[in-house]
Design a protein around this ligand. Structure first.
Ligand code: DAH
Length: 335
C-alpha cells in the first residue's frame, strides 16, 4: 500500500519546495488536503482495501496529513517574518523617545516610605484642605494661641484651611484606629511664606506618629537615628535641642549637619552648619484626649520631617525654588 502513499509523499515534498508565497501554500493545501484533495481522496478510498491494507494507508496517510499541515504553518510564519524584516530595517538607529523622570520629592518620599514600611509603619494619606479643628484645635492650638502666628495660614472663604502641617492628619488616624498606632503621613503643606532660597509657600512634610503602651523618648531617638541613617546611607550627624510645639511635651528640634557645605556654613543652613530637619516630641496628653485615647494608659511620639528640605540635602539642591519651578533642566536629573 506504500505504493499509494509514497508517490504522494514525493509530490508533497516537491510542491513544498516550490511554494514561495501564501497563495501557493494555500493552493498546495487544497491540492492535497482539500475536500477533493489528492491525499483526502486516498484516505477516503480505504474502504476498497483489506483490513491490513487500511491500517497501513490510514497510518501513513494521516502521518503525511500532519506533516503537510505543520510544514504549511511553518512556511507561512517564515513568509510573515520575512515580510516584517523587509518592512523594518533593524540595523537603522531607532527613533529616540523621551523618557520621563520622577520629581526628586517623589523619589525621596518613596525611599522613606520603604524605610518606614520596613519598620512596620502604615502609610496614610490625609486631606490637604482641612478644618480648623484638625489643623490647629485638636493639636492643642486653640483659637488665639500665639503658635498660630508661626504658621501663616491660607484661609478659604468657607473657613477651612490649606493644611499648614501634616500633623493635621494625626487626629484622623486616632479617630480611625485604636493603639497601637504606627503611621506616617506624607504630603503637601501650604503657608503664606515670602519665597526665597529656603522658603516656599508649597512644600512637603512627612508626619510620623507612634502610640502604644510604654512609648518613651528612647523609642523616638532610636527610630529617628535608624531612619535617617538608612535614608542617607551613612551615619548622619544629629543634634537635639529643646523645641516648643503645642502638641508635644517635651518637644525637640532634631538638626542634622548640613550636607551641602559639610557644616562650614552656606545660604541653605543660614551659615550655621546645621539644618533644622526634624521637630519631634512626645504626644501631648491633650492631643491623645482629643483623639479619644486614654493618656494614662498610652503614650506616643510624633515627628514632622521636612521632605522638601530632605530632598535638598540628599541631592545637594541649594535653592528650594527649584522644586516648583518647572525647570526641567534641574528636575530631570533625578531618576
Ligand atoms: N507640624 C510641625 C510644623 O510643621 C512640625 C512638627 C513638630 C511635627 C513637632 C511633629 C512634632 O509631629 O512632634 O511646624
Amino acid at each position: 500500500m506504500e505504493d499509494l502513499i509514497n508517490p504522494l509523499k514525493e509530490a508533497v515534498i516537491r510542491a513544498l519546495q516550490e511554494a514561495k508565497t501564501m497563495e501557493q501554500l494555500e493552493t498546495l493545501r487544497v491540492r492535497f488536503l482539500g475536500k477533493k484533495g489528492e491525499l483526502t481522496s486516498v484516505l477516503k478510498s480505504v474502504n476498497k482495501f483489506s483490513i491490513d491494507e487500511r491500517k497501513v494507508i490510514g497510518y501513513e496517510g494521516n502521518k503525511l496529513k500532519s506533516y503537510i499541515t505543520e510544514r504549511i504553518l511553518e512556511l507561512k510564519s517564515k513568509i510573515e517574518n520575512n515580510k516584517l524584516k523587509n518592512k523594518f530595517d533593524i540595523t537603522l538607529p531607532g527613533t529616540d523617545f523621551e523618557e520621563g523622570t520622577y520629581h526628586p520629592i517623589t523619589i525621596v518620599q518613596r525611599d522613606i516610605e520603604e524605610i518606614f514600611k520596613g519598620m512596620g509603619f502604615m502609610i496614610a494619606d490625609t486631606n490637604e484642605v482641612e478644618t480648623d479643628y484638625y489643623n490647629f484645635e485638636a493639636l492643642n492650638v486653640p483659637k488665639y494661641h500665639p503658635a498660630r502666628d508661626m504658621q501663616d495660614t491660607y484661609w478659604l472663604e468657607n473657613g477651612m484651611v490649606l493644611r499648614t502641617q501634616t500633623s493635621a492628619g494625626q487626629q484622623h488616624l486616632m479617630e480611625q484606629f485604636s493603639p497601637p498606632i504606627k503611621a506616617i503621613i506624607p504630603g503637601r503643606c501650604f503657608r503664606n511664606e515670602d519665597i526665597d532660597a529656603s522658603h516656599e509657600n508649597t512644600f512637603f512634610q512627612l508626619e510620623g506618629i507612634v502610640i502604644d503602651e510604654g512609648i518613651s523618648v528612647a523609642n523616638l531617638i532610636y527610630t529617628m537615628e535608624t531612619m535617617l541613617s538608612k535614608m542617607f546611607e551613612k551615619k548622619i550627624t544629629v543634634r537635639l535641642r529643646p523645641g516648643y510645639f503645642p502638641f508635644v511635651e517635651p518637644g525637640f528640634e532634631l538638626d542634622i549637619r548640613c550636607e551641602i557645605c559639610g557644616g562650614k556654613g552656606c545660604p541653605t543652613c543660614k551659615n550655621s552648619g546645621w539644618v533644622e530637619l526634624l521637630p519631634c516630641g512626645m504626644v501631648h496628653p491633650n492631643v491623645l484626649k482629643y483623639g479619644g485615647i486614654n493618656s494614662e494608659k498610652y503614650t506616643g511620639f510624633a515627628f514632622g520631617l521636612g521632605l522638601t528640605r530632605l530632598a535638598m540635602m540628599k541631592y545637594g539642591i541649594p535653592d528650594i525654588r527649584a522644586f516648583n519651578s518647572g525647570n526641567l533642566k534641574i528636575l530631570k536629573q533625578f531618576k
